[in-house]
Every structure is written in C-alpha cells, then in structure tokens.
Write a protein of this length. Structure first.
Length: 86
C-alpha cells in the first residue's frame, strides 16, 4: 500500500524506515532490559509499581514502597494482594 508523498521503498518487513533507525511495526515491542525498566520506575516522580498479568510485582519505586509502609522489602515476584491486602 503506497502512502501519498512517500516512496514505497520507505517500508520493509521490519517497519517504516526513518533517519537514524526504523519505526517498529504496530504491536511489536522494542526489547527492554530489566535494568532499563527498573530505572524508569525508580525515576518516576510519584509512587509507581509495575505488575504482570497475575498482579505480581515486576518493579516498585522507593516512593511506592514507602507510601505503603514496605520499607526496603524485596517485593518483586510477590502478589500485590499478599503484600498490600487492603
């Protein structure tokens, strides 16, 4: 499918080519490391936690843990309903 004003060579199997890289196709997530995800959570200006589909912690910021009275507990992998039952 051609888009008006763009050459058809701008598109390939991996997505739309652009200066400096490629835009991924819709629905394709760029690879992210656990370290990068943890940095994003820790750098958040508010209390922030990430969960998987079964509501287990993937990461939690210091502000989130302090706000829930968890201190420095390692809660990664634990279910939110067990950690914060309220």
């Amino acid at each position: 499918m051609a888009i008006s004003g763009l050459p058809t060579t701008a598109f390939g199997d991996t997505g739309c080519k652009r200066k400096g890289g490629t835009y991924p196709k819709a629905g394709v997530r760029p690879p992210a490391t656990a370290r990068a995800r943890k940095c994003c959570v820790d750098a958040a200006p508010t209390g922030l936690a990430r969960f998987d589909r079964e509501m287990r912690y993937l990461a939690a910021s210091h502000t989130y843990r302090d706000g829930h009275g968890l201190g420095d507990q390692d809660i990664v992998g634990r279910c939110v309903y067990d950690v914060v039952p309220e």
